[in-house]
Structure formats: C-alpha cells, structure tokens
Design a protein around this ligand. Structure first.
Ligand SMILES: [Zn+2]
Length: 294
C-alpha cells in the first residue's frame, strides 16, 4: 500500500501497557465509560465482584469482567499479549501474519490466527462514511490458491468490486466487497451498502451497471478503463499486490478486503489506528470460532 501510517512506537506502547493490570484498567474504563449497565438485566448499579476489576450487578448478582462480551471475551492468552497482537496488527504497514505473531509472542499459530480474525472483525466497515461525491467503481477477478488437503491445491476465482471516492487528485475513501458475479443484482447490493445516492458514478460499459442511473444522479460509462478509471485501477493494483503478499485463504477474502480498506481509510482520516481498533474491539459483541468459520 502506498499510504503512510501514523503509529505508536513500541516503546510508547510498552510504557502505556506494561502488564495485564494496565490492559484491564484500560478495558474497564472504555467499556463502562458512560456508566455501568448490567449485560443481563440492564440495571445500572454495581459493587466490586472480586479481583480483576470484575463488577457485580446489585440487582441480579451477575458478574461481568472488563473483557466479557467484547472481542477479548475468553481470550486464550494473557491480555498483555492480546494487546500486543492488536498493536502489531495496527502498526505494521502491511499487517502481520499469524505465523509471525506466533513466533514473536510464543503462542500457538492456530490460537494467533483465531484472535487475529477477531481483530479483523473489528476492522469491518460500520458504513458511517458511505462514499459520496465523485466515485469510480471497478470490478475484477482475483485468483486465490486454496489448499484442499495436504499437497492438494485448487485455484479458485473470486470477483471483487471496488469503489473509490475522489478528493482533489487523490483518493479519500475506499470500500471493496466480494460479489458472486457481475450481475446488476450483485452490483446494486454493493452500491446500496457503500455508495450514497447523491454521487456521480464512473463505471464500466457493462450490462450489470446499466440500471444504476435509477438510483444515482449521474452515471458516466467508460470503455477505456485503464485511462478513464485510472485511480480505481491504481487502488485495484495495490489491493491485489497486498493480498498476494499476505493472504491465501479464499474463504476469508471479505475479512482481508475489510482490513485493506480499514487501513487505507483510517490513514486518510489521520486517526490513530491502535486506539480506534481497541475501541471497536470493546464495543463489538463477542465473536467465536463458530462465527468465524460460518
Ligand atoms: Zn443484572
């Protein structure tokens, strides 16, 4: 990716979070920043529920830890290590693989993989900032290798649709999604989710885009995509290169697309990714292995 990231140094990270206790305090403050609310009955008074900043509802006696019902729910290793994973995922320019995390933190690769998927879950778009204004939309096919069983590899194709919002001569926002095919139905589903209706759309001369003018103010169709969709083509290339370097599992493609877009968009907004990501992880409900593979 071409973008530069504003990031926290490892020294600053370790000063802020030297141990499990500091991570717990941080989570408790984030989770209950607008006051306590019992997860079970909704009551808003509590007393101390034992160690580790657990709070106990004074009405139904339910005990809740700072990690419960967040993406840190029942994390399989220390909270300090979990924060370190979030740190590496958010500050590494290209992201970090579970194998590398496993080596750095001395945690099993599968355990790392699972927790990393939870961090990616927090990167999913909340659609608070749909694309608007001048938009380019492109779609393309990605080929990914999938390991069927030991020594057996299958080549699988996936179509991806990508929209960019232009700002000046550059790009301010991007969203990408996996689509089943190039039909109007699939394209419309993407557009409805990510692109606001007052936008001016530039897209291919392809039948799947024919009826977009029903929903958008102005739709410009182009035949020479390389020159007329130059910015989205450039973004497509950096996305494809990034995926090549890191990610192979075709079934989790949407998660990786989310990661790519999240990194780019946050950087454009000049926001600190690390804190933002922790915030989302606290506010997201729990997410289990079953949810991930479903
Ligand atoms: Zn309660």
């Amino acid at each position: 990716m071409e973008a530069k990231y504003k990031s926290l140094s490892i020294d600053d990270f370790q000063k802020r979070f030297p141990d499990n206790e500091s991570c717990l305090v941080y989570l408790a403050n984030k989770k209950w920043k607008s006051g306590f609310k019992c997860h079970r009955c909704g009551h808003n008074r509590y007393c101390k529920g034992g160690k580790n900043h657990v709070r106990q509802c004074t009405s139904c006696r339910y005990k809740e830890s700072p990690t419960a019902n967040t993406l840190f729910h029942k994390v399989k290793f220390s909270l300090y290590k979990a924060f370190t994973v979030v740190y590496f995922v958010s500050t590494n320019k290209k992201g970090i693989s579970s194998t590398e995390l496993s080596r750095k933190l001395q945690i099993g690769q599968k355990t790392c993989w699972l927790f990393r998927q939870k961090v990616l879950k927090a990167m999913e778009s909340k659609n608070r900032f749909g694309l608007s204004g001048n938009i380019e939309v492109t779609d393309f096919v990605l080929g990914k290798r999938k390991i069927i069983e030991e020594g057996k590899v299958k080549y699988i194709k996936r179509r991806v649709i990508l929209g960019i919002e232009k700002k000046g001569r550059g790009i301010s926002h991007v969203y990408a999604a996996w689509i089943k095919d190039r039909s109007f139905k699939e394209i419309k589903k993407y557009m409805k989710k990510y692109v606001l209706s007052d936008s001016i759309i530039k897209c291919y001369h392809w039948s799947g885009y024919d009826k977009l003018d029903q929903d958008y103010d102005k739709v410009i169709r182009v035949r020479k995509s390389e020159s007329q969709l130059a910015l989205s083509k450039r973004m497509e290339k950096s996305l494809v290169d990034w995926l090549k370097g890191m990610h192979h599992d075709v079934d989790l493609l949407q998660n990786y697309l989310n990661e790519f877009c999240y990194r780019f968009n946050r950087n454009q907004m000049k926001e600190e990714i690390f804190d933002h990501l922790l915030d989302r992880m606290v506010n997201h409900g729990k997410w289990t292995y079953k949810n991930i593979i479903a």
